[in-house]
Design a protein around this ligand. Sequence first.
Ligand SMILES: Cc1cc2nc3c(=O)[nH]c(=O)nc-3n(C[C@H](O)[C@H](O)[C@H](O)COP(=O)(O)OP(=O)(O)OC[C@H]3O[C@@H](n4cnc5c(N)ncnc54)[C@H](O)[C@@H]3O)c2cc1C
Length: 554
Amino acid sequence: MPDPLGAGFEEPVDRNGAFPRLDDAVRARLRAAGKVREVEPGEVLFREGDSGYDFFLVESGAVTIVQGYGHENRIIAVHGPHRFLGETNLLTGSPPYLSAVVRDAGEVIQVSAERLRKLVADDEELSNIILRAYLARREILIDLGAGVKLVGSRYSQCTRRLREFLARNRMPFQWMDLEDDEEAEALLRAVGISAADTPVVISGDGVLRNPSNAEVARLLGLGSRGAAPPMCDLVIVGAGPAGLAAAVYGASEGLDTQVIDKVAFGGQASTSARIENYLGFPTGISGSELAERATLQARRFGARMVVPAQAVGLAADDGHYTVELSDGSVVNGRALIVATGAQYRKLDLAGLERFEGVGVYYAATQAEAQMCVGDPVVIVGGGNSAGQAAMFLSRHAAGCGLMIRGGDLAKSMSRYLIDELENRPQVELMTYTEIVELKGETLLEAVVVADARTGERRELEARALFVFIGADPHTDWLRGHVAMDDHCFLVAGRDLQGEDLAAHDDRRPLFLETSRPGIFAVGDVHSGSVKRVASAVGEGSMAVRLVHQRLASG
Ligand SMILES: Cc1cc2nc3c(=O)[nH]c(=O)nc-3n(C[C@H](O)[C@H](O)[C@H](O)COP(=O)(O)OP(=O)(O)OC[C@H]3O[C@@H](n4cnc5c(N)ncnc54)[C@H](O)[C@@H]3O)c2cc1C
């Protein structure tokens, strides 16, 4: 068994500000906020699965970060003098999924998590250092596959669901594929579980057999805890960029704000490997980092963020709205912002469902990229999402075919992306091409494509097919309650006409306000939206101003 205290392990280099050493002045401020104490080798400062943990700064000696302390003893890092411990879950109050154990005797400064959160809110220098380090550490832990363990077969839809849920929520996890990982079977034997009970999620002492996403969220402490108050000022449904922006502005402007999302905070944007066109990030920002930053910001202002929570119905009552959730509970709000975005369209191909999640994908994140390392992949679509997916996947796949039905990519894709793709030899643009058949037994092996002009067919080897061909809005739960356009996107503001204005006594809905006073539509779900992160954020923040206006007018 490896040495649990990491004897001989070097401290990691400070990559992207992940492991800074704090100077005298900053350490003095932390000392004033906490207590200084001596620690001995073997002392556990926090343990995976604890309900929460304090902030520790190493003054002297060394502390080891260990996964599975006492049994697995996987050493993740060692922190020496003037480095601090923890990662984003310290700020969100979620349980740690790694343990911190003193390796070399010395002194630590210990600050309670609550005090630390306050300090971060008030001390800009400290806040920048800690936030940057914690976000970078989360990235490193995701790459390392540290933290939670998921044991399940690559052919299982439930395994796929859980992998997606963990990845979308940016939970570092190690996926152990029952099909080719001998350690997976050994681990199952050790916890007394048969393969039939998989997928299994293991974190600390918690073991869940074929759990729902909600059970995993509870185990890992994702999102806010506790029930919503009987009446909120503002309920935001959907926590993509639009919903998160509304949450930041709503909570920071004093509204009691409840945010719910059926999958994860960040929405579609969090599946984007790199957003290049969002203001203020000249070198781009990964969608997941943007989402993580926005979520922390909204929580810091006091927004309650709940995941997974799916809105399935709506009722109106005496000046407020009741959102019905899939678990049977309800959330009441005096105003409602709908930010539920849209779902990408599917190709009309026989057997498509059979391959969904195991060869056919609608997003290109790290989770999908892992599945096609060194394999040929094809991408269908001519928009920016398809272009970004091609750029990202070409770093992992053996080759990327980018297919469009027409002959000109410039009609639908931004110029900067086209230029980048032209300089990427691994990406082959296939114009006038459509997929007509998928081939493969359990896994996708090839696609048959046809020339859209001549009908001529040919077979292309492909282990993965990525589809980016437009979207349908998530508005089923609002049918019959608010006006929609022909494609079921929500109509708002001046676009409302005739009978759709009936509920507005003065016949003058506010900008972004739907046919029901006090219900606003923002982001991709809004009819005529431009499907961009920046416009979603803009509408989400604007809507809060209009919510104030509506609430003030009674
Ligand atoms: C791969 C990819 C790359 C992209 N790249 C870029 C880019 O580089 N630049 C750019 O500007 N735009 C980009 N986009 C588009 C951009 O991500 C979207 O325009 C933006 O995310 C829309 O934000 P939104 O908040 O309106 O909706 P979404 O991001 O779709 O969020 C909607 C949220 O609502 C939740 N939800 C849905 N139904 C319910 C329900 N019934 N109950 C509770 N929650 C629900 C969903 O789970 C989701 O989290 C990209 C999109 C994709 C998919």
